[in-house]
Design a protein around this ligand. Structure first.
Ligand code: FAD
Ligand code: UDP
Length: 384
């Protein structure tokens, strides 16, 4: 074929691996089944010229100096600190739940006492897990934890995951802490930025290298044949690395049954007004069937009078053959699913050269920065 390596998928993971291998002198073929690059981070203008994120809102944030140094090569970035409001009891309050949220929602007079108790119980601590607060030895702290859990987490989590909340992995709920202070930022990471002009141009620059060829609209399952212990491509055995970033169960034709995922029905609405809501994202933990509304202009900083676009996210079951819900957005991490995943990972290891990498292939709830770090480490290993 004339290639040293094949990368399946042109999202964060695939683009980073391809770029690293190409910079080390390898000829890399990237195959992407969609008509565009960027994976779920793909963005671009809608018909009114509003820059939108077509697979859900994406904000870059990391505490990894290595990841931050890496991505700066491919875009100029502007500082952006993400702030989210939640509609709770008819009011818009900061999420993560912080002392301002507490003052707005707790009965007058009680809020001050709870704040003092939290300061005394967790001196110098900026955040706490709602699950820990709910099991604190102190009754007042426990009652506060239960209040926040009920108002913010219980129903949102039930909608998002469609499963009893006790069965949702702690790490998922702990992605959103309770803030023991006034900080109203959604993320606490050291580096919080957005790329000027959007994410897609960043991935275009990353893949723009003489050692990389990208084939769009190309499903790897049509190109690669997995035969006992070897991979053939266009009739010949391919002995170089094949980095696969798609869903691993699909790669092996669901040999052990499907891995569970959650999907989303993303409903965009174009509006002829300057601004729809006061923040980038408003969460609706309780009454509505959707979980959140994103208004993209706040996220991107785009100035476009008279037009705005908002997105409502309706969680739904994943159905690969459905008209809606056919994208595996979220892995569902629990012991049973991880055990099933391990069977696929073991199967993959029988093919020399085949490497799994990314949110779907590793079956892990990676943010972009974690996906990038994993891809950098894999590329380093392949080049060692
Ligand atoms: P993907 O982006 O899924 O890319 C995989 C690519 O492989 C896709 O383009 C797919 O078409 C292609 N592919 C699959 N199978 C095949 C095949 N057989 N042949 C060819 N191509 C194939 N992270 C953040 O850091 N900040 C956020 O704000 C944030 N928000 C998110 C919001 C939502 C709704 C979701 C779902 C995720 C969010 N993330 C966020 C996570 C982020 O999307 C992922 O970390 C990132 O997309 C992972 O990149 P990836 O390359 O591993 O996977
Ligand atoms: N969550 C919640 N209420 C909120 C926000 C988040 O219950 O207002 C819980 C929910 O279980 C969700 C998880 O925290 O799945 C992680 O939230 P995050 O905003 O990180 O989700 P993502 O952006 O990955 O969809």
């Amino acid at each position: 074929m004339g290639y040293d390596a094949i990368v399946v998928g042109a999202g964060c993971s695939g683009a980073v691996v391809a770029r690293c291998l190409a910079e080390a002198g390898r000829q890399v073929l990237v195959v992407e089944k969609r008509p565009q690059i960027g994976g779920n981070v793909f963005d671009g203008p809608d018909e009114n010229g509003v820059l939108v994120h077509w697979y859900g809102p994406h904000i870059f944030h990391t505490s990894s100096q290595r990841v931050w140094d890496y991505v700066q090569q491919f875009a100029s970035w502007h500082p952006y600190e993400h702030r989210v409001l939640g509609r709770i009891d008819g009011q818009l309050v900061p999420i993560p739940f912080n002392f301002t949220s507490l003052e707005r929602l707790y009965p007058a007079g009680e809020a001050q006492a709870v704040k003092e108790k939290l300061r005394e119980r967790f001196p110098g601590q900026r955040t706490a897990s709602v699950l820990d607060l709910m099991h604190d030895p102190d009754g007042q702290v426990r009652a506060f934890g239960e209040f926040v859990f009920e108002k913010v987490f219980l129903h949102y989590t039930a909608k998002q995951w469609d499963t009893p909340v006790e069965q949702v992995d702690r790490s998922v709920i702990n992605r959103v802490p309770v803030v023991l202070g006034e900080d109203d930022r959604y993320f606490q990471d050291t580096f919080q930025f957005m790329p000027d002009g959007g994410f897609t141009p960043l991935f275009q620059r990353m893949l723009d290298h003489p050692g990389i060829q990208v084939r769009l609209n190309c499903d790897a399952r049509q190109l690669l044949r997995l035969e006992v212990g070897r991979i053939t491509v266009e009739g010949g055995v391919f002995s170089g690395p094949v980095v696969y970033t798609g869903p691993v169960d699909e790669l092996f034709d669901y040999a052990y049954g499907p891995l569970p995922y959650r999907s989303l029905d993303l409903q965009f609405q174009q509006l002829e007004e300057d601004q729809f809501q006061p923040a980038s994202v408003v969460n609706y933990p309780n009454e509505e069937a959707f979980t959140r509304i994103t208004e993209f202009k706040h996220l991107t900083g785009q100035r476009l009078p008279g037009h705005t676009t908002v997105l409502r996210e309706y969680p739904m079951a994943y159905d690969p053959l459905g008209e809606r819900g056919n994208i595996p957005y979220y892995v569902i991490s629990n012991p049973e699913n991880l055990a099933l995943y391990q069977k696929y990972a073991a199967l993959a290891s029988e093919y020399p050269g085949l490497r799994l990498c990314g949110r779907l292939a590793d079956y892990r709830y990676y943010n972009m920065d974690a996906a990038i770090l994993r891809a950098l480490e894999l590329a380093q290993e392949l080049l060692a």
